[in-house]
Design a protein around this ligand. Sequence first.
Ligand SMILES: Cc1cc2nc3c(=O)[nH]c(=O)nc-3n(C[C@H](O)[C@H](O)[C@H](O)COP(=O)(O)O)c2cc1C
Length: 289
Amino acid sequence: MTVPGDTSTRAASSSPLVDSGRHESVPTGSHPAPFAALARATAGGTPANGRPHDDDTPASAADPGRETAAAHARSAAPAAGNATHSGRGVDFLALARGRRSVRAYDGRPVPRALLEELLEAACWAPSPHGRQPWRFVVLTRDAPKRRLADAMGAEWERQLALDGQPTATVATRLARSRQRIVDAPALVLACLYLGDLDRYPDEERGRAEEIMAIQSLGAALQTLLLAAFARGLDGGWMCAPLFCQQTARAALDLDNALVPHALLTIGYAARDPHRRPRRPLDELVVRFD
Ligand SMILES: Cc1cc2nc3c(=O)[nH]c(=O)nc-3n(C[C@H](O)[C@H](O)[C@H](O)COP(=O)(O)O)c2cc1C
């Protein structure tokens, strides 16, 4: 699967408060439809608002050229833009509390339309400058799932051996992890794509920009998981690709500009999993003035 390369030539802005104003298009490669549309909607050429995160001036008031880009983004973006406030009043807390990590599925396939709905939901997560620095690789066929599981497994085996873990433990952990990946009806490999972000001459701000992108990848994945739960599906988060990024990329023949960060398994839970309790709020809120 060909994916967008790092073709951005975005100029460094001297301050995170200043938009460079350059929003070059990123080629969408050969995404099969309708993922081509999703890729367009998430590519840097059509940022949702095309301006820094702290600038909420309406696009049309500031720059008519921007309005054109924004209008294009709206038409290329996933549907639901009109019903801006239609989600208000839903019992979100129930959804947030209901979602839980699932690690075993009952084998029923997940319809493609449902998967697309989840991916679309993810696209509405907040992101730095609205640039959506994430790309998704969706796997539902056995062959690519096995290829990914085998490649990551081989790398993990090497790492576990380095840790000095007993052979039997290594074998058990590897088999469990492989099974989890191969048996999941659908996988979403979430990759970071930094090509559209602002660039800075100094490392510190560059690092902050990258962290923002990673933060927003997490927001996108949580949105996806909540959407899955809302639609009767379940999901689980595997950090494995983060520990073997090049291996995961090579296994799926992905562009070097894509940085694998997480693997989500999606399907219908085989059983209700153990629920992890949460810490009391007073442990987490260190100050509430
Ligand atoms: C960044 C991140 C990495 C995670 N990696 C893994 C993982 O590799 N394997 C796994 O089984 N769960 C993983 N999880 C899921 C957590 O273990 C899970 O969210 C946590 O135990 C709370 O349980 P809950 O999701 O059921 O509420 C990860 C979660 C996050 C946010």
